[in-house]
Design a protein around this ligand. Structure first.
Ligand code: SDX
Length: 427
C-alpha cells in the first residue's frame, strides 16, 4: 500500500483509493469512486467512521480533548474574546479588527428588532409551549418576511442575514420568555452589548428595573462562545444536509434548532437539571442513579455524560465547571444541585463502567446550573444553546454553499421484501 492510497481487493478487483490528510494529520480514505469502480457502497449507521465533508471552521481532537475555532483554542477565546468577536471569527475566518467589529456590531443593532407583525405570532402559541418549538417556528417564518432569501443570492448579503439571525433570534428568545410569564416584552437597546441586551430583554420590567451584572455578562459571553461551534454534530449536519437542497437559510436554521432540541443533543442541558433534581428529591442517592445508568435494561442515561467524539474531558465542561463555581461564589448562591453534580462526576469517573467507555462530563453537564443562577428558566436552557450555536451553523452553511451546492443524498442497503406482486397478495 502506498502512503497515498489504500488498496482494496473487492469483487475480484484491486482498487486503489486515495488517502486524504487534513492539516492536523487526520486521515481518510476517499471512497467517492468506490461504487463506480466496484458496485459496492460502504455502510456506517450514524456515521461513527464516516466524514461528510472537508471543513476549515472547527477542529476537535476527541482523544486529547482539543477544541479550536479557526485554529484558536476555545480556552483563549473564552478568556479573552467576546461572543460577537468569536461569531465574526467563525463566519469570516478572521478575528475582527476594531473597524470590522464596529461594522458587525452596528449590523447586529440594526437587525435586533423583530418585525412588529411577528410580535403577534407569540399570541397564537399556547402559554406552556416550549420555547424551542416557538423559536424554530418563528425563524422559519422569517423567510415569509424576507422572501428573497434563496441560498445563492444570500451569499451576497450573508453579513446582513447572519447579523439578522444572530441578533433577532436573541430578541425572539427573550420575547418568548416574557410571553411565557405574561409580562410585556422589553425591546432591544442600541447601547448594550449582545449579552447585556439579552439579559435586559429577559429580566427588565416596567415595575422592576434590571441591573445588568458584569459577572453574569462575562459568564454568559463565555457560555455562548463555548457553544458556538462543534464541527459535524447532529444539528450542524442537519443544517448542511437541508442547506444542500438550496433551502433558504432561515428554514435551514429552523431545522437545526429542531435537531438541537433532542435530549441526546442540545436538549441534554435541560435534561441534566431534571436528573439532578430527581436525585435531590430522592435524598441524593447517587449510587442508585449510577446503577440505573449502567443497567443495559434501563433506558436511563447519565445526562450530560458521554460524547461521540470526546473520549477525554470535554474542554468546554472543564471551563464551564470552573465558571460555575466562580459565578455562584460571586453571586453568593448555594445550589444543592452543584454539589450533587460534582458527587455524580466523582463517582462516575471512578467507576469501571464509565472509565471503560471513556464517558466524561460534556458541555451540558454544568451549564444548566449557571443558567439557573442567572435566573434563566430550565425550558430556556436549550434556547441558550441555540444563541451560542447560531454563528457555527451559519458558518457551516456558508462554507457548504460557497463550495458549489451538491444535494446530500446517502445510499442504503435494502433489507426488505424482495419482488412481491400485488396480484399474489390480493386475491
Ligand atoms: C451534545 O456531537 C456533538 O458535538 C454534540 C455537542 C455539540 O456541541 O454539538 O457536543 C452537544 O450533544 C453533547 C451530548 C449531550 N447529550 C447527553 O449528554 C445525553 C447523554 N449522553 C449519551 O446519550 C451519549 O453519550 C451520547 C448521545 C452523547 C453519545 O452517544 P454515542 O456516541 O452514540 O454512544 P453510545 O450511545 O453508543 O454509547 C456507547 C456506550 C454504550 O454502552 P454499551 O452498549 O457499549 O454497553 O456507552 C454507554 C452506552 O450505553 N453510554 C452511557 C452514556 N453515554 C453512553 N451510559 C450511561 N450514561 C451515558 N450518558
Amino acid at each position: 500500500m502506498s502512503e497515498n492510497f489504500a488498496e482494496l481487493i473487492i469483487g475480484g478487483k484491486k482498487l486503489e483509493l486515495p488517502i486524504v490528510e487534513g492539516t492536523e494529520g487526520e486521515k481518510a480514505i476517499d471512497i467517492s469512486s468506490l461504487r463506480r469502480e466496484s458496485g459496492f457502497i460502504t455502510i456506517d449507521p450514524s456515521f461513527l467512521n464516516t466524514g461528510a465533508c472537508f471543513s476549515k471552521i472547527t477542529f476537535i481532537d476527541g482523544e486529547k480533548g482539543i477544541l479550536r475555532y479557526r485554529g484558536i483554542p476555545v480556552q483563549e477565546l473564552a478568556e479573552d474574546a467576546s461572543f460577537i468577536e468569536t461569531a465574526y471569527l467563525l463566519l469570516h475566518n478572521e478575528f475582527p479588527n476594531s473597524d470590522q467589529l464596529e461594522c458587525f456590531s452596528k449590523l447586529l443593532t440594526e437587525h435586533s428588532m423583530l418585525h412588529e407583525d411577528m410580535r403577534h405570532f407569540f399570541d397564537g402559541f399556547p402559554r406552556g409551549a416550549h420555547p424551542m418549538h416557538i423559536l424554530s417556528t418563528m425563524i422559519n417564518a422569517l423567510s415569509t418576511f424576507y422572501p428573497n432569501v434563496d441560498a445563492l443570492s444570500l451569499i451576497d448579503d450573508i453579513n446582513v442575514t447572519a447579523a439578522r439571525l444572530i441578533s433577532v433570534v436573541r430578541t425572539m428568545a427573550a420575547f418568548a420568555y416574557k410571553k411565557s410569564i405574561g409580562e410585556p416584552v422589553v425591546y432591544p437597546s442600541a447601547d448594550d452589548s449582545y449579552c447585556a441586551n439579552f439579559l435586559h430583554m429577559m429580566f427588565d420590567s416596567p415595575v422592576k428595573k434590571y441591573k445588568v451584572d458584569k459577572d453574569i455578562v462575562k459568564a454568559l459571553n463565555q457560555l455562548l462562545i463555548l457553544h458556538a461551534d462543534h464541527e459535524q454534530n447532529c444539528s450542524t449536519t442537519t443544517v448542511r444536509t437541508i442547506g444542500s437542497a438550496q433551502v433558504n437559510l432561515y428554514a435551514t436554521i429552523s431545522a437545526g434548532i429542531s435537531a438541537l432540541s433532542g435530549p441526546l443533543h442540545g436538549g441534554a442541558n435541560q435534561a441534566v437539571m431534571s436528573m439532578l433534581e430527581s436525585i435531590r428529591q430522592d435524598g441524593g442517592d447517587i449510587e442508585k442513579y449510577i446503577t440505573m445508568a449502567k443497567d443495559a435494561e434501563d433506558p436511563f442515561r447519565l445526562m450530560g455524560f458521554g460524547h461521540r467524539v470526546y473520549k477525554n474531558f470535554d474542554p468546554r465542561a472543564t471551563i464551564i465547571k470552573e465558571t460555575c463555581h466562580t459565578l455562584l461564589n460571586k453571586l453568593e448562591i448555594e445550589d444543592e444541585l452543584l454539589g450533587i453534580a460534582m458527587q455524580l462526576e466523582e463517582v462516575a469517573l471512578e467507576d469501571p463502567y464509565f472509565v471503560k467507555r471513556k464517558l466524561y462530563p460534556n458541555v451540558d453537564f454544568y451549564s444548566g446550573i449557571i443558567y439557573k443562577a442567572m435566573g434563566i428558566p430550565e425550558n430556556m436552557f436549550t434556547v441558550m444553546f441555540v444563541l451560542g450555536r447560531l454563528p457555527g451553523w451559519i458558518a457551516h452553511w456558508k462554507e457548504m454553499i460557497s463550495k458549489g451546492i451538491k444535494i446530500a443524498r446517502p445510499r442504503q442497503i435494502y433489507t426488505g421484501k424482495t419482488l412481491t406482486h400485488l396480484s399474489d397478495i390480493v386475491k
